[in-house]
Design a protein around this ligand. Structure first.
Ligand SMILES: Nc1nc2c(c(=O)[nH]1)N[C@H]1C(S)=C(S)[C@@H](COP(=O)(O)O)O[C@H]1N2
Ligand SMILES: [Mo]
Length: 536
């Protein structure tokens, strides 16, 4: 049978040939690379468009951050602990880099499929991502609005349009151009890549600029904190021990742990603190209302439940704020309430027993070491409760205090495996020497800190190798809720030595040697350091 070539078939044939001449569909790794680049750029333009839409209103969030937030909320607790262990306070950067890598690989695959196999399939790949972003935006902790999916939707439509533009067949005039087709095609592809690259950069920076309008930095800079009605007592002479960490942790060095991928921006103007739930009278306080009350200053050591033995997730600051027990007394706590819940603007919640407010200096804090709270540490207001791990007490970007019961409400980390009630365990840490330090033989001062908030530390003991426990020299006590410093004059003999520390609190309780992991209610066990002493 003879097959006739109809004119129509000839055109199809020609289109096929031209399609093969296109850079993105040329055989071999060059074509694959070009298609990947096309996919990544189409995604970048889509993400840029999403950022711009997110920048239109403070209630909208970038799709990347929305997805990241849901990862943070759902990641298994062991993985979160591992991330903190590996990356410390850089865990968020690690997550964002991880998301960027996955996204890049996915976008490259969409480019390869969409530009070399089927545009429809490529667009389906983008749509899948749009759906993911939409779902992420609808699952926001603080609740979703009708507009929440907009950044994802607009972003994926723009990415799909960019991919379709890259996939479009050459115009007829180009087909008839005298230049060899593959050269025209290369030029055309490079031009498209350039346009998409510029568009992505422009949209991205516009989005960022729009987002910057919501910054709370100006609000913070404009604040003058009131003088405390009750200033902190003078720090006793001799409270800082040689070899121990600084008694007060500078704000810039204070550890930061939270679930917020970007720091919530909460200007003090317009901020409101609600005290409600099982109370006689609901209170609503503006920032000025709060500061017009009696303001107190207290030195308090804050500790994270994820702090491992000898770890750095602990710091001491001079906090300025309003007494929480005074506020609750004014609201009138119902006798049925046994839990105080602190709710953040970002949906995070802490919870601790009403009974913990036993006269200890718990604050709705607005100041930290003489400054308004830094944005990362909860501006404009946060809770500080001595003796309770931060995850259960120290709500940053505080907006609501709710009186409820432990039976009725689980705070954020409880369904994720942490204990509902979380008193800080007594601990001690050797700050000098560091593990595996080499030091010369002879006199050497070992130094460190110990804490048992709000009871306070009475004594610290050291054991060198398998010797007896010997009392360290105690620095002056600031108060029971601040870590207490200690030092120990050691005559270091050559060789390899183990230094072990334990604390005794003001009630005479001795710090346990039993080791436990941070999960579910804080690490226990003695800090031990191995030191190498050189002959001189
Ligand atoms: N809104 C909010 N507040 C929060 C958290 C959080 O994730 N979100 N983390 C808590 C935890 S686990 C700790 S240890 C402290 C840490 O406070 P810092 O970052 O100021 O040191 O904040 C607490 N307050
Ligand atoms: Mo924490």
């Amino acid at each position: 049978m003879v097959r006739l070539r109809t004119p129509r078939m000839a055109i199809t044939e020609r289109r096929r040939i031209h399609a093969r001449e296109r850079v993105v569909s040329s055989p071999g790794w060059r074509g694959v690379l070009a298609a990947s680049l096309g996919g990544v750029l189409a995604a970048a333009v889509g993400i840029g468009a999403g950022e711009v839409v997110a920048g239109a209103s403070s209630s909208l969030r970038s799709p990347i951050l929305d997805v990241g937030d849901r990862v943070v909320d759902r990641v298994p607790t062991w993985a979160k602990d591992l991330a903190i262990d590996w990356f410390g306070t850089n865990d968020k950067i690690a997550l964002l880099v991880g998301i960027a890598v996955i996204l890049t690989v996915y976008a490259a695959a969409v480019g390869i499929v969409g530009l070399r196999r089927s545009l429809r399939l490529g667009i389906a790949g983008i749509a899948l991502f749009g759906v993911l972003g939409t779902l992420a935006s609808l699952a926001a902790r603080t609740g979703a609005r009708l507009t929440s999916p907009l950044p994802s939707l607009v972003g994926s439509v723009v990415a799909a349009a960019a991919l379709a533009w890259l996939a479009r067949l050459p115009a007829r005039s180009e087909q008839e151009s005298p230049t060899p087709p593959h050269l025209t095609q290369r030029r055309r592809f490079l031009a498209q890549v350039g346009v998409l690259g510029v568009a992505a950069a422009a949209l991205g920076s516009l989005g960022r600029r729009l987002e910057a309008r919501f910054s709370a930095a100006d609000s913070r800079a404009a604040i003058t904190l009131p003088r405390p009605d009750l200033p902190a007592p003078a720090v006793p002479v001799g409270a800082q021990a040689e070899g121990a960490a600084a008694l007060f942790t500078p704000n810039a060095e204070f550890y930061r742990i939270d679930t917020a991928l970007t720091v919530p921006q909460v200007p003090a103007e317009g901020w409101e603190l609600r005290v409600g739930g099982l109370v006689d009278r609901e209170l609503r306080l503006s920032y000025d209302d709060l500061l017009s009350r009696s303001v107190e200053e207290h030195d308090i050591t804050l500790t994270c439940v994820s702090n491992t033995i000898g770890g750095e997730l602990i710091g001491t600051a001079r906090w300025l704020g309003v007494r929480l027990d005074d506020l609750l007394a004014e609201a009138g706590v119902a006798p049925t309430a046994d839990q105080v819940v602190g709710r953040s603007v970002d949906g995070y919640t802490c919870g601790f027993p009403v009974a913990a407010l036993d006269g200890r200096d718990a604050l709705v804090a607005v100041g930290m070491n003489g400054e308004p709270l830094p944005l990362e540490h909860g501006f404009p207001a946060r809770l500080i409760v001595p003796g309770i791990y931060g995850y259960a007490s120290a709500t940053k970007w505080l907006t609501e205090i709710e009186l409820t019961t432990f039976a009725d409400f689980d705070h954020y980390w409880v369904p994720r495996g942490y204990a509902a009630e979380a008193p800080i365990k007594m601990q001690s840490r050797i700050d000098r020497p560091r593990g595996l330090d080499r030091i010369p033989a002879g006199p050497f001062v070992i130094g460190g800190v110990a804490w048992a908030q709000p009871t306070g530390i009475r004594a610290v003991e050291l054991r060198i190798d398998d010797g007896a426990w010997i009392a360290a020299d105690m620095a002056a006590e600031v108060n029971g809720s601040t870590w207490r410093q200690w030092s120990f004059a050691w005559d270091a003999r050559p060789g390899r030595h183990t230094v072990e520390v334990r604390a005794i609190d003001n009630n005479g309780a001795i710090q346990t040697a039993d080791r436990s992991e941070p999960l579910p209610d804080g690490a226990s066990g003695h800090h031990t350091v191995v030191v190498l002493v050189d002959e001189v």
